[in-house]
Design a protein around this ligand. Structure first.
Ligand code: SF4
Length: 461
């Protein structure tokens, strides 16, 4: 069973028999941002650039870059690639803790290939069994914590108004800083990485077990529909297919998408379908965080998905940030009402609750201690709605508890940390004041419960 200690211990033993730094994710998992020519394996290390000259000769170099092969060589030889430091830090803790390297070792898309991979030469190309791709940054939303690298609407805005003037960045998200960091998305018409993907696809699809399309907004991207058409013509019954969508595109596009997916599901041309979407609060507050969201239309589209595809799953990512706290109980109520109406024995409605990693000015770490009481009461509220079938799950409560522990363990105690926090609070005010000016939003009208905190940040600025 997944996460069962004996199964993890067995996986660790097999991995460590190859080498104490051997991790199958470096071979079998890939995230490829085709829209900017970058990749990483797994998702924990930073992305690296895919050299264009490598994909000209070999389209699988979208994953099998020379750089990644060098990391694989180190792993086979028992050396620890520096880019995987998150795992090494966990494995070096005085108390025994499992790292992602350990957890990944028991995944269904990894386990069957261990022997084959460990016995092959380290520089041999390998097609992944778990792949996430973004074809384009085309997106109609400008979520407050997103950026122009992943959203064309964000890019359009900074091209028009320039970057945001913050205390920590003279021009936050400006086109100039994106170019200098190599984070500017490529233009869709001349993207050699997308071309290489389609050359690779006939071989890639053979062993692919999980395929997730992300963006930008995948439903605004032709390649998403081309994938669905390709599978319609040549079924992949072993494939678990997922799409990340903001579910805020025109109704005709939603209907076209649902019709195509329904055909694949009903005819068993794929093994399973899962829709991933994001929502970080409820109603007008959710609309404010994810600029471009129309909550009523979103709700209608979600309900339509759940009705048209009664065996397909749905997963909400709630990226818990400073603006999620006050509306979180309403978000929970809304999820519960969906579960009561639409969860069934064939499918689940999941919630994932990671905490926002950045930008710092929107992280929960900038909030005063009084907000911890609100998080505690949200935890109690979730506990009161625990139910075996359609209620809140223990794992979901643990996720919010983990966020509260993280906030408490990161409370600033030194003068340096307090100074940092003041800077992030100041940037909170500077960012959202400019956000309101550019986007016609009104922070205080949307978050009246946060007036005192907003004024505190205003004073600092
Ligand atoms: S060692 Fe850890 S960070 Fe590196 S690829 Fe494996 S799971 Fe990811």
């Amino acid at each position: 069973m997944y996460n069962d200690p004996s199964s993890i211990e067995e996986a660790i033993e097999k991995l460590n028999a190859v080498s104490p730094s051997f991790c199958m994710a470096k071979w079998m998992h890939a995230t490829i941002h085709l829209h900017m020519g970058r990749t990483h394996s797994c998702y924990l290390p930073p992305t690296h650039k895919i050299p264009e000259k490598e994909i000209l000769k070999n389209p699988s170099a979208l994953h099998n870059t020379k750089y990644k092969k060098e990391q694989r060589r180190q792993m086979i030889e028992g050396k620890r690639p520096a880019e995987c430091r998150i795992c090494w830090e966990i494995e070096d803790l005085p108390e025994k803790r499992y790292s992602d390297r350990h957890y990944r070792g028991q995944d269904s898309w990894i386990k069957p290939f261990l022997e084959e991979v460990s016995q092959a030469p380290w520089d041999q190309d390998r097609d992944p069994t778990y792949l996430e791709v973004s074809f384009s940054s085309a997106c109609n939303f400008k979520c407050s914590y997103c950026n122009p690298t992943f959203s064309s609407a964000w890019l359009k805005e900074v091209n028009e108004f320039g970057g945001y003037k913050l205390s920590s960045a003279f021009s936050y998200q400006s086109p100039f800083s994106l170019k200098t960091q190599g984070l500017m998305p490529l233009e869709d018409e001349k993207n050699p990485y997308v071309e290489a993907f389609w050359k690779w696809w006939p071989s890639l699809k053979q062993k692919l077990m999980f395929f997730r399309m992300t963006g930008g907004e995948p439903l605004l991207i032709q390649d998403t529909f081309k994938i669905l058409e390709t599978i319609e013509a040549e079924p992949l019954p072993h494939l678990e297919l997922s799409v990340n969508s903001n579910m805020g595109v025109p109704t005709t596009t939603i209907e076209k998408f649902l019709t195509q997916v329904k055909s694949l599901v009903d005819q068993k041309k794929i093994k399973h379908f899962m829709l991933h979407t994001s929502l970080d609060s409820y109603g007008a507050q959710a609309e404010y965080i994810r600029n471009g969201l129309d909550f009523k239309a979103f709700e209608k589209n979600i309900e339509r998905y759940l009705e048209v595809l009664p065996t397909s799953s749905l997963s909400f990512t709630c990226t818990y940030n400073a603006l999620s706290v006050v509306g979180f109980p309403k978000f929970i109520d809304w999820i519960l009402s969906l579960r009561k109406r639409y969860a069934n024995k064939d499918r689940n409605i999941f919630i994932d609750i990671p905490h926002l990693q950045g930008p710092d000015h929107q992280s929960c770490l900038i909030l005063p201690e009084s907000y911890e009481v609100q998080i505690e009461s949200a935890i109690s509220y979730m506990e009161s709605r625990q139910e075996h079938h359609y209620g809140i799950k223990t794992a979901e409560i643990l996720k919010l508890k983990r966020i509260l522990e993280w906030i408490r363990s990161n409370r600033p105690t030194t003068s340096k940390a307090l100074k940092e926090q003041r800077r992030h609070r100041k940037d909170f005010y500077l960012f959202f004041t400019e956000h309101d000016r550019r986007r016609g939003t009104d922070f205080l009208k949307t978050f009246p419960e946060m007036k005192e905190f907003y004024e505190l940040c205003e004073k600092l600025s």
